[in-house]
Design a binder for this molecule. Structure first.
Ligand code: NAD
Length: 296
């Protein structure tokens, strides 16, 4: 059934996600601060709105896909003033758990149902409609949101109550950041020992060292032809975004008292990589910095 949906934030991820809602037959009205991005969304069947208030007028569902917690809270403060209590609010951005919970409180203050539903799968997954959604909110709200998430993704997981989607996202990405550094260190050590990349890959990818960073996203050219290493480390998933997620994990570790020593080290290493001006490259390019040692 066609539903009027407002989509706020139509960038690298939001643009293709909104396009998939249009393809699923929904009436999507979009708003973005960038006129250029709004124009590109129009080409994909999204109706451009000239303000947030115009975008959400008459919408049954509002989806936000914005850079950080501060942006989400600023937008949600505005939108709860503009929508009726019957509107379902879904935030798909990757943000800190505290901001996600504050956003739920803003929605509850207006009587609106809300879900935090960050994604994994990158821009490729957003375009192909194969994202994984990790959702936080009540079971009823999850069931109500599911058909819309299914129009944009392949796997939709209910992780628990408010903020649980963001919690799952930052824990997953902390594993990813640590495992990528581990795989890169193994290749650097293998090189020093005279081991070929292919030999290490053939052994580790079918042994106890296997993981996504090695088997699917191998950080050296050759063994996995689709990995960014074969494309001059163009992202993929930019190192700056990995750093952002590792910092979110560290903020959460600090506020909960959880011990995450390797997560802290991974954040330091990606911080150094960004300081060297490498933030726009794929996060697997960290292998080049590790080869050169860790000089600041
Ligand atoms: P992006 O910078 O391409 O898009 C964000 C958009 O939000 C921009 O177009 C910007 O103009 C718009 N915006 C900012 N403030 C706004 C406001 N007040 N009103 C309307 N529009 C506003 O970023 P992205 O890559 O699409 O990422 C969005 C979120 O998804 C981030 O939280 C990111 O961490 C997460 N994410 C990104 C990827 C990825 O591979 N790019 C993967 C998973 C999750």
């Amino acid at each position: 059934m066609a539903t009027p949906i407002a989509f706020i934030g139509l960038g690298n991820m939001g643009g293709p996600m909104a396009a998939n809602l249009v393809k699923a037959g929904h009436q999507v009205r979009g708003f973005d601060l960038s006129a250029e991005i709004l124009k590109a969304a129009e080409e994909n069947g999204v109706t451009a709105a000239s303000s947030l208030a115009e975008a959400v007028e008459g919408a049954d569902v509002v989806v936000t896909m914005l850079p950080k917690g501060e942006h989400v809270l600023a937008v949600w403060r505005e939108l709860v003033k503009a929508v009726p209590a019957s509107t379902l609010l879904i935030d798909c951005s990757t943000i800190d758990v505290d901001s996600a919970r504050q956003a739920h409180e803003l929605a509850a203050g207006k009587g609106c149902a809300s879900l935090d539903a960050p994604v994994s799968g990158g821009t490729g997954g957003a375009a192909a409609g194969t994202l994984t959604f990790m959702a936080g909110g009540s079971g009823d709200v999850f069931e109500r949101a599911k058909p819309y998430l299914e129009a944009m993704g392949r796997k939709i997981v209910h992780c628990g109550g408010n903020g649980a989607g963001q919690a799952a996202k930052i824990c997953n990405n902390m594993i990813l950041g640590i495992s990528m550094i581990g795989v890169c260190e193994a290749f650097v050590l293998g090189e020093a020992l005279g081991l070929s990349h292919q030999a290490l890959f053939d052994v580790a990818s079918t042994s106890s060292g296997q993981c996504w960073s090695l088997n699917t996203y191998c950080p050296v050219p050759g063994p996995v032809p689709t990995s960014p290493a074969n494309n001059e480390y163009r992202p993929g998933f930019a190192a700056a975004l990995m750093l952002k997620d590792l910092k979110l994990a560290q903020d959460a570790a600090l506020s909960t008292g959880a011990a995450t020593p390797l997560g802290a080290e991974a954040a330091q290493i990606y911080g150094l990589f960004e300081k060297q001006g490498q933030g726009a490259r794929d996060f697997s390019a960290i292998i080049e910095m590790l080869r050169g040692g860790l000089q600041a």
